[in-house]
Design a protein around this ligand. Structure first.
Ligand SMILES: [Zn+2]
Length: 304
């Protein structure tokens, strides 16, 4: 019923969906301008940008699951070539928008095809923190970084935190114009009862899940990023046989929450000697790790 040109291509959005008549829910994210804005502010090697881009897409994918306004932080830490790789998603329900930002710290050459143990060391872990302020209790889930990709870590996170079968695909690469693009898609099998309210038995829903997983595996990473293929049409291509229902999308943009006031407050809590040590020609410069913006403060004004 839908032809391929009915919807305009979508950029920088997360779209939740459900496979018709089945207990399988999913979400798909495509990031264009937002991920390019974040990655182009940092001057990382392409292999590093690619991994940060995949992490940003994953963060947007699960950040949009937050019910209330809040911040979801994805942090990977270790003692391998990567020290830290962090991104966060700030959801503002009022505007149906989420802001992403991220940075990384690493040492030496990074090859994104190396295993997570090689990249983050034996002690590497992924921590996901969800802070929805006064609305809900702060949540943190931690898994060891194992396997061959951030996708593997993402699936392990869902396995351990939600105990639901989950399949994830992440991708980040440059387009022909040299701009970064990233995408993420996941499906989850949420039926766990022996027989659900529609009278379907476990075997039947198991078959649904296997079929949906195989179809997702058939998706090419290029399709996930293809701006000429709208997210709706991508889902129709995958699940046209059963049908797919989409829900309200969330827009995603690059955005940082660093503020002059917060940094000034932190600086004024330091003693004079510490301030003098970091000042250059009477000015203290604090560079935001996330957006690389320089915040400058005159030492003489901080001392009052
Ligand atoms: Zn910033």
């Amino acid at each position: 019923m839908n032809n391929e040109n009915q919807f305009p291509p979508l950029e920088d959005q997360c779209l939740p969906f459900q496979i018709e008549g089945q207990d399988i829910k999913g979400r798909v994210v495509r990031l264009g301008r937002s991920v390019n804005d974040v990655l182009s502010k940092h001057n990382y090697p392409d292999e590093v940008s690619k991994m940060l881009g995949e992490t940003l897409a994953f963060t947007a994918l699960i950040g949009t699951l937050m019910k209330y306004d809040g911040i979801l932080t994805t942090q990977m830490k270790g003692d391998g070539p990567f020290r830290v790789l962090v991104s966060d998603f700030h959801k503002e329900t009022e505007n149906a928008i989420g802001n992403i930002r991220g940075y990384t710290s690493f040492d030496g050459d990074i090859d994104s095809s190396d295993s997570l143990e090689e990249l983050f060391g034996e002690s590497g872990y992924l921590a996901i923190t969800i802070d929805q302020g006064k609305f809900m209790e702060r949540y943190q889930g931690i898994v060891k970084l194992e396997g061959d990709s951030i996708t593997a870590a993402a699936e392990e996170y869902f396995r351990s935190s939600e105990q639901l079968p989950t399949k994830v695909m992440l991708s980040c690469q440059k387009n022909d114009a040299g701009e970064w693009q990233a995408g993420a898609i996941m499906i989850q099998h949420y039926a766990r009862t022996a027989e659900d309210e529609h009278g379907r038995d476990e075997g039947e829903t198991e078959d649904h899940w296997n079929t949906a997983s195989i179809l997702l595996s058939s998706l090419k990473k290029e399709e996930l990023l293809d701006q000429n293929l709208s997210l709706q049409n991508l889902l129709i291509r995958l699940y046209h046989e059963t049908g797919v229902r989409v829900f309200e999308h969330t827009d995603v943009a690059a955005g940082c929450r660093c503020s002059e006031d917060k940094i000034r407050a932190a600086l004024t809590s330091l003693d004079l000697q510490e301030l003098q040590d970091v000042a250059e020609e009477g000015t203290i410069t604090v560079t935001c790790d996330f957006c690389t913006k320089d915040h400058k403060f005159e030492l003489s004004k901080l001392m009052h």
